[in-house]
Design a protein around this ligand. Sequence first.
Ligand code: PHE
Length: 353
Amino acid sequence: MELDDTVQEIAAAPSPDALEAIRIKVLGRRGSLTLAMRELAALDPDERRRVGAELNTVKERLTAALAEATVRLGRAELAERLAGERADVTLPVAFSGTGRIHPISQTIDEIVAIFGEMGFAVAEGPHIEEDFYNFTALNIPPEHPARQEHDTFYLPGRPDGTRLVLRTHTSPVQVRTMLAQQPPIRIIVPGRTFRCDHDATHSPMFHQVEGLVIDRTSHMGHLKGCLIEFCRAFFGLDDLPVRFRPSYFPFTEPSAEVDIGCSRKGGELKIGAGGDWLEILGSGMVHPQVLKNCGIDPAEYQGFAFGMGIERIAMLKYGIPDLRTFYESDLRWLRHYGFLPLDVPSLVRGSLS
Ligand code: PHE
C-alpha cells in the first residue's frame, strides 16, 4: 500500500527537485527502504531471504518509476523552454546596416530610365573585342591616328597575327547590333571601357554609355532634341543650356560635341548657371561608310549615335571630386555617395534629382 502511494507520488512529481526529494526520502542514506534493508541483518536466515526478495522487488519498482519520471520531467522542461524561446516573426527587423548602391550603378539606372522613356532598348557587348568591331568597322583603319588617341590595351597576338583589344569605347556594340538586326534600331549601351590612362580624371577602366538610332528619317534635328532632352532630365533642370559644337569622329559625319551651361565663379562649379560651358558627350550622324561596313544601305537608312563617360556625368551631378575614388571600395565613401537600394530611378516617380 505504502509502495503504491510512493509510486503515485513519483509519477505526479511536478519538478526535478520534488522528484529528488522523494528519492532521498526512500532511497537516500536514511531513506525508508535503505533503513529496511539495513534491518535485514537482524532477521533469521529464512525470514531474511523472504523479506530481502520483497524489498528488492520494491526497490526495482521504485527505481523504474524514478527513471520514468526523470524522462517525463526532462521532456516537459524541454517543451517549456521551446515554447518560451519561440521566435516572434511579427517583430520588426533590426537593421544592422543597409547596403548602398554604387553611384555608377545608380547613374546607369538613371540613364536607362530616361532613354527607356524615349523608347530605347539596352544592348550589351563583350569587354574583350576584336579589332574589327572596335576600330575597322567604325571607319578607323589600321594606320588611323585615332588608334593612338585611344591608348589601347592589346592582348598578346594570336597565331593568325591578329590581336584582341580591351574595348576602348562602347561603339563596337553599334557595329554588333547593326550586323545582327535590321533597322529600325534604337539602343543604348552602358558598359565598361578601357584605356591606358591614369590620373585624377582618367582611370584605365571606366564606363560609357553609347546611343544608336537608325531608321529612314532620323536626322540631326532628332539628335539635338534627344540629347537636349536627356541632359535636362538627367540634371533635373528644365532650362539647362545645351550647346552643340562641331567636332570630328571617324564614325560620324557631321559630328558634334555637346556642352552644358555652367558657372565656375570662385572656383566652384555650378551646373545650369553662368556663361561657361562644360563638354559632356560626343555625337553625330552615323557615317555612311559605317552603315555599309555593317551591311546597311546608306541610301535607304540613316541615323545618329552618341557616347558619353558615365563617371564624368556622375561626378558633375553628385559633386564627386576625384574619379579614382569610384574604385577604391572605401565603405565610408560609399556610405556618403551611395544610394539606398529602394531608391530606384524612374521618370514617373521624379526621383532623378
Ligand atoms: N566613341 C566615342 C568616344 O569614345 C564617343 C562617340 C560615340 C562619339 C558615338 C560619337 C558617336 O569618344
